[in-house]
Design a protein around this ligand. Structure first.
Ligand code: SAH
Ligand code: SF4
Length: 442
């Protein structure tokens, strides 16, 4: 979501005449878009900003420094006082005002600005997209599209409802227009974004006569867009994962067989304390329903270790669930206490050494299972959307399979933006190596 916000803001500034530079030394304006979801992310952004401001002391012309995003929203004006040299703090609710504020600051009309907007007001959705991939000459192949803002769920550990505010959904027609325009500009894949996409449209749109939830109605409309080849979305919440969404996977051809479904814990006691609203049994049921409609579906999750009160037995339940679920990947986070969240007040906070140790054990298990899942793909033929150069080796191209695995191969850059068949010849750590198959389409 942050990546999408940065891209939209950069694109909006470009359309106003700003040039994007890849060098901090030559920049007149340096903006850091921040995440607040864990303390580590905040500290990283603060250190980076302090380091840049410190270094700029020796430069003849000092750039203008600003913080955007969730940390700006969470800490507001206070950041201007704490970090001398910082000129702009712009929260998530008014990011569309960035060009206006930069103008005022650069013209010297204002010395410093902090604006975190009105959290109860509907947000302005940014529709700007750069049609070139970041830092490259390749066309945009895959795009993120925001379908909603905020979250009303209030899981007891999570700062998102504070930094992103209440849930607001965009109308279906508005989202479809944005996706259609992307497809007309050569984009082949969209990822629909929201903190809790399964709640999409809940106050705006009623269920269809066939009982389809607003989110599935949206998927059906996006499926109809000519030129668009692939649809993904993130994140659904297990609580709202209805059968209509499972069935959408069997009906909608463009909906890729990959899903990111956050588990958070394998212990029902901890899920309850997290206020997640589902049980581990229900979670596993969703996975088996999805696997029965799309056996090759790639499944990825998020897990928090060391939530207050998590015992070794609770942790073992998470390990066991991971063994049963056999995820293709999992993002594992050490619980991080966040301001104003109920979990920070809970007794039995788990010591950091234990959080770290559980993180290491779970990561080793996840990596082992994922490696088997990747190895299992060797010998298969996969459709790959070619995205651009491999990050590690510029002599290779990379793309993604429908099950959302990175595939690396050799080929001409003219393949970027096409979907081609590859035979998987070997598996790396979270990547697959492919050889092109000569077919009429290829
Ligand atoms: N809306 C998504 C998650 C958004 S935050 C959902 O409900 O699943 C992304 C991930 O960060 C979460 O899935 C969770 O695993 C992790 N996370 C959120 N708050 C956290 C905290 N306080 N400490 C550690 N991890 C956290
Ligand atoms: Fe945070 Fe996701 Fe829970 Fe919303 S549903 S409060 S974003 S973890």
């Amino acid at each position: 979501m942050n990546k999408r916000d940065s891209e939209a803001l950069a694109s909006r500034l470009s359309s106003q005449g700003y040039l994007i530079t890849d060098s901090e030394q030559s920049a007149d304006v340096i903006l850091i878009n921040t995440c607040s979801v864990r303390d580590g992310a905040e500290q990283k952004a603060l250190n980076k900003m302090r380091m840049l401001i410190g270094k700029s002391g020796q430069q003849p012309r000092k750039p203008l420094f600003g913080f955007l995003g969730c940390m700006a929203q969470a800490h507001g004006e206070k950041l201007l006082e704490e970090i001398p040299g910082l000129k702009l703090v712009l929260g998530t609710h008014c990011s569309h005002k960035l060009p206006e504020y930069l103008d005022m600051l650069l013209k010297g009309e204002r010395e410093k600005i902090a604006d975190c907007g009105e959290m109860d007001a509907p947000p302005v959705f940014l529709k700007d997209h750069s049609l070139l991939q970041e830092g490259s000459e390749f066309p945009l192949v895959s795009a993120f599209v925001n379908i909603m803002h905020g979250c009303d769920q209030h899981c007891t550990y999570c700062i998102v409802p504070e930094t992103r505010g209440k849930e607001f959904s965009r109308p279906i027609a508005d989202i479809v227009d944005e996706c259609r325009s992307l497809a007309q500009n050569g984009v082949k894949e969209v990822t629909l974004l929201g903190q809790i996409v399964t709640s999409y449209g809940k106050r705006l749109i009623s269920a269809s006569p066939e009982g389809l939830s607003p989110f599935v109605q949206l998927l059906e409309e996006v499926e109809k867009i000519e030129g668009l080849e692939r649809i993904r979305f993130t994140s659904p919440h297990p609580k709202g994962y209805g059968l209509d969404l499972v069935e959408a996977y069997s009906r909608l051809n463009k909906l890729c067989e990959s899903a990111h479904i956050p588990l958070q814990s394998g212990s029902n006691r901890i899920l309850k304390a997290m206020r997640r609203g589902y049980t581990t049994e229900r979670f596993l049921e969703i996975l088996s329903q999805l696997r029965s409609v799309r056996p090759s579906i790639g499944l990825v999750t998020d897990i928090i270790v060391g939530f207050p009160g998590e015992t070794e037995e609770d942790f073992q339940e998470t390990m066991n669930l991971v063994r049963t679920a056999r995820f293709d990947n999992a993002f594992i986070f050490k619980y991080s206490p966040r301001q104003h969240t109920p979990a920070t007040e809970m007794p039995e906070q788990v010591p950091m050494e234990i959080r770290e140790e559980r993180h290491a054990r779970l990561l080793a298990l996840v990596n082992e299972i994922a490696q088997e899942a990747y190895q299992h793909k060797v010998g298969e033929t996969l459709d790959v959307l070619v995205e651009g150069l491999s990050r590690r080796n510029v002599n290779r191209l990379q793309g993604r399979s429908r099950c959302n695995k990175i595939v690396l191969f050799e080929g001409p850059s003219a393949w970027v933006g096409t979907i081609r068949k590859f035979r998987i010849v070997r598996a790396g750590q979270y990547s697959l190596y492919g050889e092109p198959i000569e077919t009429e389409d290829n």
